[in-house]
Design a protein around this ligand. Structure first.
Ligand code: HEC
Length: 126
């Protein structure tokens, strides 16, 4: 168990969220592989960049962030993102969702993708 070693990573997102004066729900520690996502995604509510904000992702339907212009492929997706669905998407975005505008080659392995999926699904909405 690397519980103590993980403490810094656990406190960092909380500290960053604190800059906006928010009380975050307990987001999991941010995995290093999430750096690849930050080119296009923010974890703060309402902060869309090239990609939609990932804050509160687990609490909303897939492809439903108000004001963000999704591709028809993502708009067609039913239901919510869950861990298996997001893991598969992160491994091969255009493979599992032809027509998506998420121009990302995919994470390298399933362990990394599962870790990133869990983290993203833990992001608070506020
Ligand atoms: C090159 C930019 C880019 C990168 C890098 C990228 N994304 Fe995306 N992402 C997008 C875009 C653009 C969309 C919208 C896609 C669409 O409409 O088809 C999107 C959509 C998503 C969605 C769907 C959101 C919703 O509201 O349903 C999730 C979840 C997501 N990305 C997670 C990730 C994660 C996690 C990573 C890192 C492993 C990542 N993305 C890397 C650009 C990117």
């Amino acid at each position: 168990m690397k519980a103590l070693g993980g403490l810094g990573a656990l406190l960092l997102p909380a500290a960053l969220a604190g800059c906006r004066g928010e009380t975050p729900r307990a987001a999991l520690p941010q995995p290093a592989a999430f750096a690849a996502c930050q080119t296009c995604h923010r974890t703060t509510p309402g902060a869309s960049a090239l990609g939609p904000s990932l804050a509160g992702l687990a609490d909303r339907r897939a492809g439903s962030l108000p004001g963000y212009g999704y591709s028809p492929a993502l708009q067609k997706l039913e239901g919510r993102w869950d861990e298996p669905r997001l893991t598969a998407f992160l491994l091969d975005p255009t493979g599992v969702m032809p027509g998506t505008r998420m121009a990302f080659a995919g994470l390298e392995d399933r362990k990394q993708a599962t870790e990133v999926a869990r983290y993203v699904l833990s992001l608070p909405e506020e």
